[in-house]
Design a protein around this ligand. Structure first.
Ligand SMILES: Nc1ncnc2c1ncn2[C@@H]1O[C@H](COP(=O)(O)OP(=O)(O)OP(=O)(O)O)[C@@H](O)[C@H]1O
Ligand SMILES: [Mg+2]
Length: 312
């Protein structure tokens, strides 16, 4: 496999004009129908309310919304990672496997659940770069994922695959012998992405994967993610409160407010003709989307003013 060297450019678009082109003719890979999740505490928190969405093969679906709106809870629900007091109270999650088999994610248990998580759908956890084990080398941490899920692999095969994974995410394989404290934040996050890629998942859920990083590093990693999804054809649920970023990288964007998805549309439609007042407010809260550059946000108004107010 050839090493990928990413230009760590900070300017220029992250996607080509083919924005959204991934959707054309693509089959669904993950479907959620009427998913509700509570935290069974006193008083009960209704964190996710009746959420339905479809993720297509190879699609980047952005999930936006302010802190506490339920993004991480929904992600855990999709990947069967909820632990008490969290409880999926209703709804269905179906994974449409490559071979054509439909997997009822909610009904999975035991070996079938272990074979699903990480293999079919992997996750880059919020704050993941700070959760690398400080006393275990990168080699052993990636090796552990392979050992657990691919028990048939030899030590030598694991070493080859680990090096290949680091190359995929733009980290020199000499880093296999490093420990977390020897790596920059960007490198640690790339290692976490490598681990999520380890088993060739069809879906990756990335929860704020670049939020803690500076802009240059962030864009380098985003470019890598975009390139990898084209090369390996996995779909991505990309979670962030950074709506301008989602507009750049997503095929479609779901906007979440207090546990509900209030709007779900192509990135272009969200940018140009958002329907829900909350989406419009969210767009208006980012200075980079207003003013001169953002003057076409709400086509037809032509004033550069697109927040709710006298013009709206
Ligand atoms: N273990 C828990 N017990 C009780 N309530 C919880 C628990 N975890 C999360 N919540 C509540 O569930 C709601 C959704 O939280 P969640 O972490 O999913 O939001 P989020 O959109 O991911 O926020 P952020 O952007 O800050 O990561 C919040 O009101 C939160 O306080
Ligand atoms: Mg979260």
């Amino acid at each position: 496999m050839t090493a990928i060297t990413a230009p760590d450019a900070t300017t220029g678009p992250l996607t080509s004009d083919a924005h959204g082109a991934y959707l054309v003719g693509k089959e669904p890979v993950l479907t959620a129908r009427g998913v509700s999740i509570d935290y069974e505490v006193e008083p009960v928190v209704h964190a996710v309310k009746d959420v339905s969405l479809t993720l297509h093969r190879g699609e980047i679906l952005g999930l936006a919304g302010e802190s506490g709106c339920g993004k991480t809870t929904l992600a855990y629900g999709l990947n069967r990672l909820l632990k008490p007091p969290a409880l999926l109270t209703s709804g269905a999650v179906t994974f449409h496997d490559q071979g054509g088999e439909d997997i009822d994610v909610v009904a999975l248990s035991g070996d079938a659940l272990r074979a699903f998580r990480w293999d079919k759908v992997s996750m880059v956890f919020q704050g993941a770069m700070n959760s690398l084990n400080p006393v275990i080398s990168v080699r052993d941490q990636i090796g552990d994922v392979l050992k657990t899920h691919r028990p048939g692999m030899s030590r030598a095969q694991r070493a080859v695959r680990s090096a290949e994974l680091l190359e995929l995410v733009g980290v020199d394989p000499v880093r296999l012998d490093s420990y977390a404290h020897e790596l920059s934040g960007g490198m640690r996050q790339r290692v976490m992405i490598a681990m999520a890629l380890a088993l060739n998942p069809q879906v990756m859920i990335m929860d704020e994967p670049t939020t803690a990083l500076d802009v240059v590093v962030q864009r380098g990693i985003l470019r890598e993610i975009m390139r990898l999804r084209e090369q390996l054809e996995f779909a991505v649920v990309f979670i962030t409160h950074d709506l301008p970023l989602l507009l750049e990288i997503s095929d479609r964007i779901a906007v979440m407010l207090r546990g509900e998805i209030v709007e779900l549309d192509t990135a272009e439609s969200i940018f140009q003709s958002a329907q829900h007042p909350y989406t419009r407010r969210l767009l208006g809260s980012f200075p980079s989307l207003t003013g001169d550059r953002g003057s076409f946000v709400r086509t037809g108004e032509g004033t550069g003013e697109h927040q709710e107010g006298p013009h709206a």
